[in-house]
Write a protein that binds this ligand. Sequence first.
Ligand SMILES: Nc1ncnc2c1ncn2[C@@H]1O[C@H](COP(=O)(O)OP(=O)(O)OP(=O)(O)O)[C@@H](O)[C@H]1O
Length: 309
Amino acid sequence: MTNALSIKNLSKTYDTGLTALNGVDLDIRRGEILALLGPNGAGKTTLISIVCGLVNPSTGTVAVEGHDIIQDYRKARALIGLVPQELHTETFETVWDTVSYSRGLFGKKPAPQLVEQILKDLSLFEKKDSKIMALSGGMKRRVMIAKALAHEPRILFLDEPTAGVDVELRKDMWRLVKRLRDTGVTIILTTHYIEEAEEIADRVGVINRGRLLLVEDKAELMRKLGQKQLVLELQKPLEQLPEALSDYALELSDGGTRITYHYDTQATRTGIASLLAALAGAGVTVKDLDTEQRSLEDIFVSLVVEESQ
Ligand SMILES: Nc1ncnc2c1ncn2[C@@H]1O[C@H](COP(=O)(O)OP(=O)(O)OP(=O)(O)O)[C@@H](O)[C@H]1O
């Protein structure tokens, strides 16, 4: 089966000379939720805009279910639904009309039953006759999703779906995205929020300064890089680490009162028991100890920092 999306060597240099995307290769499988994580200006929106035909690439190719986005633009575009970052809808129109109109834009025949279902799925049906301007911000966001779904796309792009959204609505949005995926829609969302990627993505891509630094199954990523750290609070501050502990990669911090030890939870031996014995042997008394799991956030920060050095 062809991939939902196949992106090869995609680059974009804007007229200003700024390279927003640099040699991106990415295959997106059908029916997955891929979260593209990256700081401001990383190139996420540029990537989406190229796939949706809003921006021309400088190099590279994109195929949507095998259809090239330039040679076979109409077919490729019809397979995609886009929920842009900014909310822009015709404020005087009703919910029903604006969603039905979006379907018509793709040359699809009216399908009132389908529009009804979409509005029901998004808890908007009671508002079908309301004018957009009379809706709350969260409802307007859902109207944007309804519009993007009206022509029955197989791939849905959500550009920062939960930016500036409160916690409750964010959770609603996550439930909705999972439901859509369960109906077979492939979903690509961009986000600044690591917990969002952690919560709903099947795979996570990290993008920074136009480069795709990593694409990994979320579970695999968490497992591979899922290290823990052991934090030891010392009874008395140390000026430096005793020679006897030089075999362990330890960090001394907080005025010599704290030792941090990183270890791999997957390893057969974590080295904790021997470390504690070595500490006791060196006359270091531990007051308290704690372990912390490395999160996707730590992984993200270390990747982005590494790249900027
Ligand atoms: N039309 C344009 N002309 C020139 N430069 C642009 C244009 N659009 C975007 N850029 C620049 O390209 C870079 C990538 O922008 P892009 O919007 O793709 O990033 P992003 O990852 O979506 O960021 P954010 O999270 O802030 O939305 C930025 O430096 C931006 O200023």
